[in-house]
Design a protein around this ligand. Structure first.
Ligand code: HEC
Length: 101
């Protein structure tokens, strides 16, 4: 019995300690979102490289879809990224949000 409680304790700790991060694209995410895997990977790379420069990375799941449509263009301008990178970033953020809600 003692052992069981110990095991449960570890499980609880592990779930609390799980870092909240933006999901890493995979082919299943591409299939579900209808966005190509390459575009998702590009968007994720842009997100990692650019979107934590001035503040912590703000997770896709923490902002509403409507707000992302307003925020991404402004933040892309802040970050000075190309229109193509912005498109990939938007596609990635919205696909990632769909995965995590
Ligand atoms: C050059 C600095 C800079 C970069 C790069 C940047 N941000 Fe920001 N971001 C800010 C500042 C400053 C604020 C707070 C003021 C504001 O809302 O404009 C902010 C706020 C935000 C907010 C909250 C907006 C709100 O109205 O609550 C989100 C979400 C966000 N950024 C996402 C991103 C994403 C995604 C990227 C990647 C393209 C990014 N940011 C890159 C400076 C930056």
């Amino acid at each position: 019995m003692k052992r069981l409680w110990f095991g449960l304790g570890i499980l609880t700790l592990a779930s609390c300690a799980t870092p909240r991060t933006a999901p890493i694209p995979d082919t299943a995410m591409a299939t579900r979102s209808g966005v190509t895997y390459e575009t998702l990977q590009k968007g994720h790379a842009v997100y990692l490289a650019q979107c934590g420069r001035c503040h912590e990375h703000i997770l896709p799941q923490d902002v509403s879809k409507a707000d992302w449509h307003v925020v991404v263009p402004g933040m892309s301008w802040n970050a000075g990224i190309s229109a193509a990178d912005e498109d990939a970033l938007t596609a990635y953020i919205l696909a990632a949000k769909r995965e995590t809600r």
